[in-house]
Every structure is written in C-alpha cells, then in structure tokens.
Design a protein around this ligand. Structure first.
Ligand SMILES: C[S@@+](CC[C@H](N)C(=O)[O-])C[C@H]1O[C@@H](n2cnc3c(N)ncnc32)[C@H](O)[C@@H]1O
Length: 184
C-alpha cells in the first residue's frame, strides 16, 4: 500500500530526478517546504520562496537538523524578476489555482523567465473537475500546457491526484494538471 504523507508531497517532485540530478532550484510557493527539503537532501541548491514567511523558521531549522542548507525568500510568483536570478529548476506546485484568471499568464511568464536555458519548470494546479471547489482559478483541460508550446514537454498528466491527508486528518483527492517542461 502506498505511504500517505501528513505533509503535502506531490509525486511529480520525485519525477524531477529522472530529468535532473543537480543544479539550482526555485520552489515558488514553498508552503511547508517539503519539496524544498527533499530536493536539498538530493544535493540541489534550493531557494524556497513564498508570500508568507510563517514557515521559514521551521524549514530552516529542519534543514539544519538534516545538515542541509535552504535559502528562504519572501516573494511573489508574480514578481520573480525581482530576484534578479535564473534557476535550473523552477517548481510551482499547488499555487497557481490561488491566483486569479487574469494573473495566470503573468505568473507563468515569470516562472519561465526565472528559468535558465535548458532548465525545467515543474508545475501543478487544480482543475475545474474538482466539483464545488472554490479557487481563484481552476484550470481547464490542456490549459496549463498551452503556455509551454514553445518549450519541450517532458511530462504531462491530468487526473485525480492524492490521497493527501489534511491538517484535520481528512484524506482528500484532487483533480490536478501537471507538467515538466524544458526551456529550449
Ligand atoms: C497549498 S500551498 C502549496 C505548497 C507547496 N508548493 C506544495 O505543493 O505542497 C500554497 C502556497 O502558495 C503560496 N502562495 C500563494 N500565492 C502565492 C504567490 N502569489 N506567490 C508566492 N507564493 C504564493 C501560499 O502562501 C502557500 O504557501
């Protein structure tokens, strides 16, 4: 039986190792930093970014406990150009559905601009198939992929993801759209 995590962990993150084994990572919208910690433990140089800094101390302490280093940065996925840096891998999982429909093109443009040539984007978000779910933007089938027609698509998937355990102990599943694409 598959192990259930109490911290949200997207399977797509482990998929990164099929494409890249080293380099710099920007985890845009890091949340509790589970992905940032996992990738730092694999030897990647990770910057964990979020609009809210409430988890930063916990992430840094956990990194130190594991003998890892993670740079935490307060920032907005809509303003990644302010970082003045590009990364080999830019991750943005379970973040874009919190942005409004008007903000999505800019957000994806920022993810792409923050990525080096031959770098990859790893993106996932919820879709309109989640009946009754209220989010600022839920993705139509194929919508996310359309932003990456000028990149090489390495992996794409849409379906029912999870189950994840919520903070209240409830097991939930969500329809998701996911992709890994390479900047060419
Ligand atoms: C559901 S959590 C996802 C965390 C993690 N990426 C994951 O996949 O488990 C959403 C995170 O996105 C952050 N977030 C929302 N809007 C953001 C924005 N415009 N820029 C950066 N982070 C944002 C929230 O603060 C929150 O930590």
């Amino acid at each position: 039986m598959e192990q259930k995590s109490t911290k949200p962990f997207a399977k797509i993150i482990k998929r990164i190792l099929e494409y890249r084994q080293s380099g710099t990572v920007l985890d845009a919208g890091t949340g509790e930093g589970a992905h940032a910690l996992f990738l730092a433990a694999q030897g990647f140089h990770v910057t964990a970014l979020d609009t809210i800094s409430e988890n930063f101390q916990k992430i840094e302490e956990e990194a130190a406990t594991q003998g890892l280093k993670i740079k935490t940065v307060m920032g907005d996925v809509l303003e990644l150009d302010k970082l003045g840096a590009q990364f080999d891998i830019v991750i943005c999982t379970s973040v874009l559905h919190f942005l409004t429909t008007d903000e999505i093109p800019l957000a994806v443009q920022q993810l792409k601009t923050a990525t080096r040539e031959r770098g990859i984007n790893v993106v996932s978000a919820h879709t309109i198939k989640n009946e009754g779910e209220v989010r600022a933007h839920l993705f139509e089938e194929g919508e996310l992929q359309k932003y990456y027609t000028d990149w090489k698509m390495l992996y794409e998937w849409e379906g029912l993801g999870g189950p994840f355990e919520t903070k209240t102990g409830e097991l939930i599943q969500r329809h998701r759209t996911e992709l890994v694409a390479e900047k060419i």
